[in-house]
Ligand binder design. Structure first.
Ligand code: EPU
Length: 341
């Protein structure tokens, strides 16, 4: 039976390290625990917030009325295996990077480019986490979740998850309706498809003098790139990319290119291109800027930092100022990727 604790500091539970108070706090370790809190009526009034690793939230206030639920459902098991594939399921509360490392140790391919992303397995499909040319949807098989009202288990196929760039059904149509309990992936056992064309991966592999590609080598290269650009949340409060990379239509892109000939872009389809938000923010002069106890990371302008003793509101204010200057300079709306509470 899960214990409900009162007035708990959320400081250890968010990677921005903001000291907000949860009126009620509980840890769930099994599907049975979820059923218990549903039966007690604790999920009825939509005042419950499910936390994974707390690596994609910005807490801006105390939450005296809320129940904060830390999902710690664990376990990794093989559901099916052929000579070429393994279908493996992991509990939502498993640490994402540890799970990726487990796959690499077993020589299961598919998740290696997603090494060192903070957070949990259960939070990963919410925003279709992605890095270095791979998104979780590329090898996700299905998501198991429990309906917060009825307590019924539902299995979402990959198609039903409605994945998009940092999007899924769990952020849209099914927002706040489910607790994700387990996620299954179909991973390769041999003939791995190495994806090393994104950014500097190939260059780092050459520097590492890797001639024979392995899952471990790709993972090591990704870890080294991430460590060089992204601050370790254990050391410096942050939540990774704070904004999404905006997608704009070709007409707007052509107009901008006339004004800013060096504007970088990545084609999405024949009508749309993606512009790196980090470039837009850097052009507006924000990279490396410190405003009180918060600021913009010096090595990656898409990452906002909490240096300590600040408030979530300070980060929110900085984010709004950045949005405004990107709008003024480029007429582009930057959307926040982080969930603001
Ligand atoms: N750039 C700048 N200034 C900077 C950093 C980057 O101008 O300070 C430009 C460069 O043109 C560079 C381009 O932005 O080529 C892309 O930069 P990077 O490869 O670092 O990736 P990103 O678009 O900034 C995205 C993800 C990251 C992911 C990386 C690597 C989003 C919102 N973010 O960042 O994901 O690790 O690609 O694949 O899509 C996260 O979601 O928290 C996250 C860290």
């Amino acid at each position: 039976m899960p214990v409900i604790n009162k007035n708990i500091s959320l400081l250890p539970f968010n990677t921005f390290h903001f000291d907000c108070l949860a009126g009620h706090f509980t840890i769930l370790q099994s599907e049975e625990d979820i059923q218990h809190i549903i039966q007690q009526g604790l999920l009825k009034d939509n005042q419950a917030i499910i936390l994974g690793g707390g690596s994609n939230i910005l807490l801006t206030k105390d939450l005296p009325q809320h129940l904060i639920i830390k999902n710690e459902i664990k376990g990794i098991q093989i559901l099916q295996e052929t000579s070429s594939y393994v279908l493996v399921e992991a509990g939502a509360g498993e640490n994402w990077h540890d799970f990726v490392m487990h796959c690499i140790e077993n020589d299961w391919g598919g998740l290696e480019n997603l090494s060192l992303i903070p957070g949990t397995v259960g939070a990963a499909p919410m925003q279709n986490i992605g890095a270095y040319g791979v998104e979780i949807k590329d090898c996700l098989a299905f998501v198991k979740a429990i309906d917060k009202q009825s307590g019924k288990e539902k299995l979402f196929s990959k198609e039903q998850c409605n994945f998009g760039y940092r999007e899924s059904i769990f952020k849209k149509e099914a927002k706040d309706q489910y607790i994700i309990t387990r996620v299954a992936f179909q991973l390769t056992k041999n003939n791995h498809q190495f994806r090393v064309t994104y950014g500097v991966i190939q260059q780092v592999l050459s520097e590492m003098k890797i001639s024979n590609l392995t899952l471990r080598a790709v993972s090591d290269a990704v870890i080294s790139i991430r460590k060089s650009k992204l601050p370790d949340p254990a050391v410096l409060g942050n939540a990774g990319s704070f904004f999404k990379n905006p997608e704009i239509d070709i007409q707007q892109y052509n107009q901008l290119q006339n004004l800013f000939p060096n504007i970088p872009s990545f084609p999405i389809n024949e009508h749309m291109v993606k512009i790196p938000a980090a470039w837009l923010i850097e052009q507006c002069g924000w990279k490396g800027k410190k405003v009180g106890n918060v600021g913009v990371h010096a090595h990656q302008a898409l990452v906002l930092i909490h240096y300590g003793n600040g408030k979530g509101e300070d980060v929110l204010m900085l984010a709004k100022q950045i949005q405004q200057s990107v709008m003024n300079t480029f007429t582009i709306t930057l959307q926040m990727e982080v969930n603001v509470i």
